[in-house]
Structures are given as C-alpha cells and as structure tokens.
Ligand binder design. Sequence first.
Ligand code: NDP
Length: 336
Amino acid sequence: NRRFTLASRPKGEPDENTLKLENADIPVPASNQMLLRNQYLSLDPYMRGRMSDAPSYAAPVEIGEVMVGGTVSKVEKSNIEGFSEGDWVVAFGGWQDYALSDGTGVINMGKNPQNPSWALGVLGMPGLTAWAGLTEIGQPKEGETLVVAGASGPVGATVGQIAKILGLRVVGIAGGAEKCQHVIDTLGFDACVDYKSLSFAEDLKAAVPSGIDIYFENVGGEVFDAVLPLLNTSARVPLCGLISQYNATSLPDGPDRMNYLMGQLLRKRITMRGFIVFDDFGHLYPAFAKQMTEWVKSGKIKYREEMIDGLEHAPSAFIGLLRGEAFGKRVIKLNP
Ligand code: NDP
C-alpha cells in the first residue's frame, strides 16, 4: 500500500519535503468496515489548507498522517451492508492505494458507472459547489451579467455554463490566451479576460458594459481589486475560494483598503457570503446530481479533465495546480 503522508507543514508553496511516499501493509477491514482500492484521486485547492495548522473550517492533517483526498474507489472486500465487492464508490480514500471505510459519506455508483472519475468533478464536489453557490447565493436572473474567475477550472467552468443556461451574460477570467479561447469556444461564455495581461483591469471593464451583477469569487487578490469597482448596486458575491492567497505567508503590501471595501459594500448594498459546500449545501446533493447528470448527458454542460498517471506524480501535480498549470480538473489515476 503506497501512501503519501504529511512530512512537514509548508511555509508558502509546498515543495518536495511536504509529503513523503511510504509503503505500508494493505489494511484489513474490521467487522464494520470495507477495504477500498483507490482508482482515481482528486486534486483540489482545499488540500493546501489541510497542510496548514492555521485555524480553518476543518481540522488539519497531522504530521505523519495520510494526506486526505476525495477518491473514486472500488470495493475489494466489504463487511458493510449496501456495499459489495466490485462496487465503484466515491469516498475520501486519501493519497494512497488502499483505504478502509465504515461507509460514512460514501456514495455507491454500482458495478458499471460511466466515466467514474467525473464524480470527482462536474458530477461531484466541484460541480455541487458551482451549482449551489451560484443558485443559492448568486440568485441569478435572466439578462444579468455574471463574472467568474478560474473560468477554465472545474468550479468556474461549471458556474459559467450554468449561468449561460439560465440566460445570463457570462464573462470568464482565466490565465492565458489558450484557456480564454477554450472558455469562449468550448464552454460558450460570452467573453473571457486574461488576468495575466497588463491591461487586465481595462479589459475587464470593457467586457462588462452593464457592470457586474454576480461575481463568483474563486481567486481573490488582484483579480478582486479589478472586479470591485465594477460591481452594480445589489450585486451578489458568492465567496467560494481565494486561491491566489493559499500560499501567501503575509497580507499584501500597500495601502489598507478595508474602508474602501466596506464603503463599496454599504453604498451598493452588496451581498457577499462565504460558504463551505458540504456544510452549507450538502443537503442539495440529490437535486444537484439529477439536474447535472441531465445537463452533462445532453451536452449542455461540457467537462474537461486532465488525467495524470501514477500516485507518485501527485505532489508535483498538486504544486502545479496551485500555480495555475492545470487545464481542467486534475485527477491522478492510480495504477494497480
Ligand atoms: P481550479 O482548477 O480553478 O484552481 C486552479 C486555478 O486557480 C488555476 O488554474 C488558476 O487559474 C487559478 N489561480 C491560481 N492562482 C491564481 C492567482 N494568483 N490569480 C488568479 N487565478 C489563480 O480549482 P477548483 O475549480 O477546484 O476550485 C476553484 C476555487 O473554489 C478554489 O479557490 C477552491 O478553493 C474553491 N472551492 C471552494 C469550495 C467551498 O466549499 N467553498 C469547494 C470547492 C472549491 P488559471 O489557470 O486561469 O490561471
């Protein structure tokens, strides 16, 4: 059983000393457990938070513990009712070949699911994040303008496509020409602005002639600086993630802009609300899964996945994800 444990807490960007590859015995399930063989490991930005012991909504991974992660796994041996050998499941199997589970929070996909790894993306946690954050907090209305950053990533791509289905004008923000082209041509956004361009703030302004009614926040930092003055009265800001800050070790230099932000929120009566997907919207999963499965099957929602072969590549693939090197949902394929 190869597995990655947390070896040290990163200061800034994680590096080759953050995680350690170990070999352990294949665990034996107790009478209330099953043994899972992990097939696909999801790489997600929140994992950076689990490497840190700063206060957060979830407990950190302890030094020496297996790194946490969502997996699509196959049941090897089950002592639990409702799960049998050969079932495909969505679980929190972690960065390892095998995992034990008592079935809590595990979804059974049966013996022969189509595209099982998609349950880690558009049909799973990132998809639910997009759908629930947009509909519950964003309160989208036909004809409004929505802006979403991280537009080619699993959450952002899904937010924008749902908003298009609902009749909004949708503008993405992404890093580089290739990703922006994909966001417009394949995902069907009305426009996409490259945040790495020197003229980013002006380009964004030009792309939203009627201002911004919903800003779905995935990145924070300089992107939010450019968005804030463009928000309309009564704008809604689902605060989903701040990936530009996850490796930061201190607050940015420069003038204190807190009063500017507060003034904007007050005068424009802006609603900004943070959320943690399963804590706040886990109960919406069944409704989401039904709707999203239909949209994906009918081709209304497109999904791009970046599959990387081999557990040994997970740390470098994760470091790259935080740097913006992923193009679509990054998943590790575990080779038996
Ligand atoms: P993504 O694949 O979108 O995240 C990686 C992308 O983030 C990169 O490709 C890059 O975009 C962008 N990025 C990284 N650094 C910067 C930066 N400095 N400035 C601007 N963009 C940057 O991941 P997900 O779709 O999985 O998640 C999107 C966000 O949603 C994350 O912040 C995540 O933490 C959050 N999230 C929150 C949840 C919740 O419950 N609140 C649940 C799930 C996700 P590009 O390639 O265009 O450069």
